[in-house]
Write a protein of this length. Sequence first.
Length: 192
Amino acid sequence: MRIMESFGLDRPHVIAPDIAPPTCLFAAANHPGIFKSLVIGSGATDHTDILDILDQIVNAPSLEPFKDLTGEQFVRGTVEGMKKYKFPENVLQDYIDSYTGQKLWDAMEFIRDYPHALPRLAKRLPEITVPCQLIVGRYDPFVPVSNAEGLHRVLPKSRLNIIDCGHFVWEEAAEEYGMLARHFIQGGYSEL
């Protein structure tokens, strides 16, 4: 809310993939009418339906097993399985920079709260009336399509598009992602 007020934004369209969907959905539940629409996806909204490193972090008894992991190792590990797309070096470096120092641990603590936060969010989903465009990768190794399908079934106003790519759908299939997001923001949201 404070960020929107600082920039003078009134009911913006929000594009928020990856770790951001739960935060945006909580904001939409707590402040009805705050957003005109949401374009979300590739983010967990059901902590029982996650895979690989995300599942390991959420369900580890502590962060001790990850104490030697650097932000760069984490980022490179998450992107190494991409077969059809290679991050431009400046984009990869931006991801690495966003996980330097304490930032990696802050992100880990955020997702480790999923078992507490996401069940609370699940109870609120039916009351969220903001139109939501869900865009996910069919081969996401961290958050399977079933996570988005469950979200789509519960949200009163949602559209789901599944693209043949992995987790970083906004990067791997940027043209298709951009087309879907643009169509939704430019009026598709009003069809829901």
